[in-house]
Structures are given as structure tokens and as C-alpha cells.
Ligand binder design. Structure first.
Ligand code: GLU
Length: 434
């Protein structure tokens, strides 16, 4: 072989990256497209489309029947330019490295859009927590925490709840981490119970933040929020608190769903009554004061506000074409596929999208408040929390709209432009090490 021959041509095609998946590829496509529109430095673009670090762990758990099962867990840190990494931990049977990497990437831009001094991370365990007893979930959580213990910390990477985890999970993580250190370290996680160093308003924060951005969107569009109709996909922590807040703002919630199906009442659902029903039965299915419809029908309903607040990837091109809402508020992370996004971009005059990195940033915003309160051992009132959350959400919304108008683009592109702009400016100012 002559020395002049291009060496590259003899190399096998590059192996796919370990974190490749449809969701990760969609996220990368979005970041690349936006970076190109911004004429971003290609080195920075490349850095922003690959996570900084990813950890894969196996988590052996003694089950109640005496057997031992091994679960696979992850923690991915996407970028820590603006501050310590921040992001939830998900327990779900579909969790994989690609999904966690995509979610970590979104966290980087979410924190930047909200103006928080934090980077992006995400974690998860591939497990269906509904099939485990409380003791099993506790043992799983404690062992997972120990497996990732050198990766997390109040100065480096701060987990929080996400799908399938809650304040109890966070209390176990905080306790395990603290036992290992020998003293209490409340700021290692956020979303803790208030009794264990949590913040007032954290549980409601994501749903409340979604409602604030919907109110801001209605105002921006010159529409009256009161009397608007809304359909919500998912009645978990995000969907339920968003429903409650929106109902108080005068919005008529006409449909709600969960994994078991959807319910619809064009006259509006009584959210307090529905919460009681779900509190007893655990599911919305069979709710007497509404008719049963499918999740697909819910997404196609003619409503003013559509609020997906469940899994990612639920709005593909076909559903995006059929949607009949005026405002799409993304309570979930990544609810729209790349193909769905293309359709929505073409329909941006009809459907105003409040993208995930903006719409659901209320959760991480109050997480940030909780982290700050924990570090200072000084706690704020509910009123202080909610006023500050309101200000952060409205400022973030206005900043995104400014980018939308300046670059004459759609809301998703504008929000990501804002996030990328803030992170890349800091990267350029800090320079490349070494
Ligand atoms: N898991 C939530 C999210 O996706 C909250 C993250 C946090 O509070 O750190 O935004």
C-alpha cells in the first residue's frame, strides 16, 4: 500500500455511537438544524450533539421472593458549561442509553432557556416500577445510587424525579448518599419531600410552569385564556397539576388520558372530582362523568390547547397533520418526532408550539430553587417560590418570542436557538481545555 493512499478509505465505516436511537437521532437533528441556521462554530455544534459522559451500571436487587434480579441503569451528563449537571432519573421499562442521552441533551438547553446556572444530565433504570413492591423499589434505588455515587454530587450532578420516580425515591437517594458521606447532604438531589429538605412548590412546579407558559402564549396571540378548551395526555405529576392550575385560570379541561385510555366530556371535567376518582382507582378508565375515547382520538380532538404530558414520540407526522389545536404545550419531554416537527413547522401559523424545553422548565426551575435553599440552609415561602417561578417562566417565554421574531422562525427553533446561544457563548468564553 503506497503511503500516499488516503488512509481513511481503508477504514471500515464508523460504528454507530452507543447512544444512537430514534429519539437521540431526532434530538441531534434538531440541534444540528438549529446550529446550522445560527451558523454555529462546527466544533461547538459537534460537541453539543454528543454527551460529555455516560455511565452504564448494573443494579442487582434482592426481590421479595429471595431471588436476585439485575437491572440496567444509566446516568448521562450532556454538558456542564453553565454549571453543575442537572436532570431527573426515570424508572421505565423502555429506558435505554439513547433515550437518556436525548433527555440529557434537552436538559442542557432547558436550563439555558430558563436562565439557570446549570448544565444538563439525565438518568434512568430499565424497570417497570409498578411491578415492584415498595421495598424492592427502595433496594433498587439505594443500590443504583451507590453505583453512580462517584458521578453525582451537589457540585457536579444533581438528580431529580422524572417518570416513574417521586419525592420518596429522592429521599432514598439523599439518604444513601448521606450515609456514605457520614453527614446529611440535602443538595445532592432535588424534588425531595419537604420534611427531608425539599422545597415548597416543587411537586406542583412543572404543571404550574406549563400553565404559566400557556397563559403567556394566549396573551401573545391576543386570545382570552378563560373559556378555552384543553385536552391533556397523561394525568401524572405534570398533567394533573397543569390541569388543576389551568382549571383555576378558567380553562375548560375536556379530555384527559393515562396508559389505560382517555376520557372526554365536552362540557368540561371536574378536576377535583377526577383526582379523587384516580386517587382511589389509580386510573382514569371508567370515570363515570365522561365518555371513553382512545389516546389517538384525544390527540386529534378539536380543542384550543393540546397538552401532551406523558411519554416522548407520541406526535408523529400523521398525528401532527390531523391535530386541530391552536396551542400545543409540551409538558412531556420530546413528545413530537422529527417528522411530526416538520409538519408542525409548516403549520406554525395555525398551531403555536410551546416546546418542551420552555413549557416544562418549571420543574427544573424550582429544583434549582430547592438546590439553592439546601446549600444555604435557608428556606423560602410558597409565595416566594411561586412568584419567582412565574417570573422565570414569563422571562423565558418572552426571550424565546424575541428570538422567534428576530430570526423569523418557529417557537421550537427559536427556543433551541436561545439555549444554544447561551451555552455556546459560555463555551467560547471559557475556551477549550487544555
Ligand atoms: N425531570 C424533570 C425534567 O425533565 C426535572 C429535572 C430536574 O428537576 O432536575 O425537567
Amino acid at each position: 500500500m503506497s503511503r500516499d493512499q488516503p488512509v481513511r478509505s481503508t477504514l471500515p465505516p464508523p460504528a454507530p455511537l452507543e447512544w444512537e436511537s430514534k429519539f437521540f437521532q431526532d434530538t441531534v437533528k434538531l440541534v444540528e438544524r438549529t446550529s446550522d441556521l445560527m451558523k454555529l462554530d462546527p466544533n461547538i455544534k459537534h460537541r453539543l450533539t454528543t454527551p460529555d459522559r455516560a455511565l452504564i451500571v448494573t443494579v442487582p436487587v434482592r426481590m421479595d421472593d429471595g431471588t436476585v434480579q439485575n437491572f440496567v441503569g444509566y446516568r448521562v451528563q450532556h454538558n456542564n458549561t453553565l454549571g453543575p449537571c442537572k436532570g431527573g432519573i426515570r424508572y421505565h421499562h423502555d429506558v435505554n442509553l439513547g433515550e437518556v442521552s436525548a433527555l440529557a441533551t434537552l436538559m442542557t438547553f432547558k436550563c439555558a432557556v430558563a436562565g439557570l446556572p446549570l448544565g444538563g444530565a439525565k438518568g434512568g433504570v430499565r424497570v417497570d416500577p409498578t411491578l415492584l413492591s415498595r421495598h424492592e423499589v427502595q433496594r433498587l434505588t439505594r443500590r443504583y445510587t451507590v453505583e453512580i455515587i462517584n458521578f453525582i454530587g451537589p457540585d457536579s450532578d444533581i438528580p431529580a424525579p422524572d417518570m416513574g420516580t417521586n419525592d420518596q425515591t429522592m429521599a432514598w437517594i439523599m439518604d444513601t448518599y448521606s450515609q456514605m458521606k457520614g453527614y446529611a447532604v440535602p443538595s445532592v438531589v432535588t424534588g425531595k419531600p419537604i420534611s427531608a429538605g425539599g422545597s415548597k412548590g416543587r411537586r406542583e412546579a412543572t404543571g404550574r410552569g406549563v400553565a404559566y407558559t400557556i397563559a403567556a402564549a394566549a396573551e401573545h396571540l391576543g386570545l382570552k385564556l378563560e373559556g378555552m378548551t384543553c385536552a391533556i395526555q397523561g394525568f401524572g405529576n405534570v398533567g394533573m397539576y397543569a390541569a388543576r392550575k389551568l382549571a383555576r385560570m378558567g380553562v375548560k379541561i375536556v379530555a384527559v388520558s393515562d396508559v389505560t385510555g382517555a376520557i372526554y366530556n365536552p362540557e368540561g371535567l371536574d378536576i377535583a372530582h377526577l383526582r379523587k376518582y384516580v386517587g382511589i382507582r389509580q386510573v382514569v378508565q371508567g370515570y363515570p362523568r365522561a365518555e371513553a375515547i382512545t389516546n389517538d382520538q384525544l390527540l386529534r380532538l378539536k380543542v384550543d390547547i393540546m397538552l401532551p404530558a406523558a411519554l416522548g414520540g407520541v406526535i408523529d407526522a400523521e398525528i401532527a397533520r390531523d391535530m386541530k389545536c391552536r396551542i400545543l404545550a409540551e409538558g412531556a419531554n420530546g413528545p413530537v418526532t422529527s417528522e411530526g416537527d416538520e409538519v408542525l413547522r409548516a403549520r406554525s401559523d395555525e398551531i403555536f408550539v410551546i416546546p418542551d424545553v420552555l413549557a416544562n422548565a418549571g420543574g427544573v426551575t424550582v429544583s434549582y430553587f430547592e438546590w439553592v435553599q439546601g446549600l444555604q440552609s435557608f428556606f423560602w415561602t410558597s409565595r416566594e417560590i411561586n412568584e419567582r417561578l412565574y417570573r422565570v417562566m414569563h422571562t423565558a417565554f418572552d426571550d424565546c418570542v424575541k428570538f422567534k421574531e428576530k430570526f423569523r422562525t418557529d417557537m421550537r427553533t427559536a427556543s433551541l436557538m436561545l439555549g444554544i446561544h447561551r451555552v455556546s457563548e459560555a463555551m467560547l468564553a471559557r475556551g477549550l481545555f487544555p
